[in-house]
Design a protein around this ligand. Structure first.
Ligand code: ZN
Length: 177
């Protein structure tokens, strides 16, 4: 009767991680994945196991402006002042110092207006520290940031330095291409 061990509130379309969040955090996690006025739900990126791509060819044109708008508009530690000095942000330094691992992407499906990107960010030199795992959803057509999450947040914050680092890394790669 292994199934009866499952919490009754567990949701099969969510990752083990998301199901492990508090009820409030899990609700917020689920809500942020909604689109099309709440009628559709994006897949939980931690729950997608197949068809991830290592090629940046399909990444949308994410610009610094897209990152700026998202970080400023979303409740977080980022302010207009700190974004003006973005090169001194931890998030930017994580990218330059190689703390952001390879970015992989998933197109979801042809009809979905969003695609997701994820990576791992090693927070310190200590290899034993578990890396944080941010993901973002970008609008395919425009590159706008739709939503984001990171394992460091306990589900309650919306943006952290690891999400910002992922965005900066993608923006730098898109700019170089
Ligand atoms: Zn984080």
């Amino acid at each position: 009767m292994a199934l009866s061990m499952k919490k009754s509130t567990d949701n099969d379309i969510l990752s083990t991680y998301a199901n492990s969040l508090s009820e409030e955090a899990k609700r917020r996690y689920t809500v942020k994945l909604l689109y099309n006025r709440g009628t559709c739900s994006l897949p939980d990126p931690y729950h997608l196991t197949e068809n991830w791509s290592r090629s940046p060819d399909t990444w949308p044109d994410l610009t610094f402006g897209d990152i700026y708008l998202y970080l400023i508009d979303t409740p977080s530690l980022f302010t207009k002042e700190s974004m003006k000095a973005y090169k001194s942000l931890d998030a930017y330094k994580y990218v330059l110092s190689g703390h952001v691992q390879e970015v992989i992407s998933h197109q979801i499906d042809e009809n979905c207006p969003y695609m997701t990107l994820k990576t791992k960010v090693t927070p310190s030199q200590r290899a034993r520290d578990k890396p944080h795992e941010p993901w973002v959803y970008l609008e395919k057509a425009s590159g706008s940031v739709y939503c984001a999450h990171c394992t460091c947040m306990a589900g309650l914050g919306e943006v952290c330095s690891h999400v910002a680092a992922l965005l900066f890394k993608v923006e730098m790669a898109v700019k170089m291409a």
